[in-house]
Design a protein around this ligand. Sequence first.
Ligand SMILES: C[S@@+](CC[C@H](N)C(=O)[O-])C[C@H]1O[C@@H](n2cnc3c(N)ncnc32)[C@H](O)[C@@H]1O
Length: 201
Amino acid sequence: MTDVIPVDEDLLRLEIQKHYAEVATSPEHEFHFHTGREAARQVGYDEAIIEDIPDAVIASFAGVANPFHFGLPKPGETVLDVGSGAGVDAIIAAIAVGPEGRVIGVDMTPEMLDAARRNAERMGLGNVEFRKGLVERLPVDAESIDLVISNGVLNLMVDKHGAYKQIARVLKPGGRFQIADICVDKPVSDKAKRDIDLWTG
Ligand SMILES: C[S@@+](CC[C@H](N)C(=O)[O-])C[C@H]1O[C@@H](n2cnc3c(N)ncnc32)[C@H](O)[C@@H]1O
């Protein structure tokens, strides 16, 4: 199966990076989507989990739903957060897997990576690392991950088929994938598919 690419992928990635750099550096700004603690509450995160996350850490959360709806990772597991943003889900996973486990976050936006690394440090977590890279070319070893999580990222990607192939590559046999994202239940017109502002928005 080959995806039809209706927009310039490099241009789209640049626009997305501009957008999310601002979420990372100025989370107090108004965006067309909800951010921070209130957004996490609205999309159904367990209050007991988010109340332990300081304001400065959760401020740049920009997820669209709760990837832990189907359960937290188990102690000792290796978790990959695809499009990890400011690292809130990776941090929740790092607490859940404990010192015997490990979490890797991958994101393409430098400002988000900086925020995520600062946030992990603030939380005193040594079992989480953040790598720069594209979901479509994950900088992660094959068959090395027990659980892949993702929140609000695949909708931003043109080559969704390529992204899923990468996720399948890095999962161990029997590994799991818990994705929180946006779906449309009506056909999207070709004109809309070519509108880069609709992709980033
Ligand atoms: C809506 S934010 C969600 C961030 C985070 N998952 C959260 O819940 O707060 C989308 C993130 O995906 C990243 N992203 C988008 N497309 C990407 C791609 N092709 N490869 C790597 N990261 C990507 C952006 O840089 C941004 O940090």
